[in-house]
Design a protein around this ligand. Structure first.
Ligand code: GLU
Length: 253
């Protein structure tokens, strides 16, 4: 069973706080869900769009690492300076993050030992075109929350990151990068802690109400191993659905 993009690409028209409709892409008994929503505001950024790319997958395939590397290789033409991936592994409370400056080939080399590993349930991957913070391993995506249970990849620019970062740091959130992106990982974490009954999609939605700027993003969390959340505003992101899983990707290459 597969469906066209029109079934899953829900545009929502709200002027202030947007709402989302989680999209259940597979029968509930298969326990894989994905939420994707477009915040259809006019982008507030005056900056030009960074090129870079996202590929994220959640589902039943055993070749998650190959799928992500293949996706990144197809996005290389867009330009980038570094690459990374974050994997949800069965029984692990922390994400496995692998990040490398330079070519996707470097990341491919560093993830070779994970190829074919069973129990990789989901993954997010990214090619970065640095806008905030030098191309370095610590600035590579995915970015994580403090306990590294959450991974977030982002294309775009968070224009109000400096004030959000100051506020989060004052409340004890420890930052490990110089990027604008990292505030979003901590904000989602903050929402999950503040509202313990909240699911990942709702936590992302709440976090994004505080963001000014542009984003295409994908989020995974080890406590929600069957869920992939994608969102976009002013940066591209598309969703593909098959009977073995869901993919969020920057374009259809
Ligand atoms: N602004 C983010 C950063 O500098 C994302 C850049 C991109 O779109 O790759 O990390």
């Amino acid at each position: 069973r597969s469906r066209g993009l029109g079934d899953v690409y829900k545009r929502q028209h709200h002027h202030h706080i947007p709402s989302i409709t989680p999209v259940h892409l597979l029968p509930a008994d298969q326990n894989i869900t994905s939420s994707f929503f477009a915040l259809n505001f006019a982008a507030t950024t005056k900056n030009s769009m960074p090129p870079c790319g996202i590929i994220a997958y959640c589902g039943k395939e055993h070749n998650v690492v190959e799928t992500l590397i293949d996706g990144l290789e197809r996005l290389e033409y867009r330009g980038y300076d570094s690459a990374g991936m974050g994997l949800t592994r069965a029984g692990e409370a922390q994400m496995t993050r692998v990040r490398a400056v330079g070519k996707v080939a470097n990341l491919k080399g560093q993830t070779a030992g994970l190829v074919g590993e069973e129990g990789i349930l989901a993954g997010v991957a990214h090619t970065r075109w640095a806008t905030h913070g030098a191309p370095s391993v610590l600035n590579c995506h995915p970015h994580a929350n403090v306990d590294e249970s959450l991974c977030l990849v982002h294309n775009g620019i968070v224009e109000n990151y400096a004030s959000l970062r100051t506020q989060l740091q004052a409340r004890g959130f420890k930052f490990t990068s110089e990027t604008d992106t990292e505030v979003m990982a901590h904000l989602v974490d903050d929402m999950l802690r503040t509202y313990p009954d909240t699911d990942l999609a709702e936590a992302v939605r709440l976090a994004l109400t505080q963001i000014e700027g542009t984003f295409g993003l994908a989020v995974t969390h080890t406590k929600f191993p069957g869920t992939l959340v994608g969102a976009r505003r002013g940066s591209p992101l598309i969703v593909g659905v098959t009977e073995v899983g869901v993919v969020c990707k920057t374009d259809h290459t």
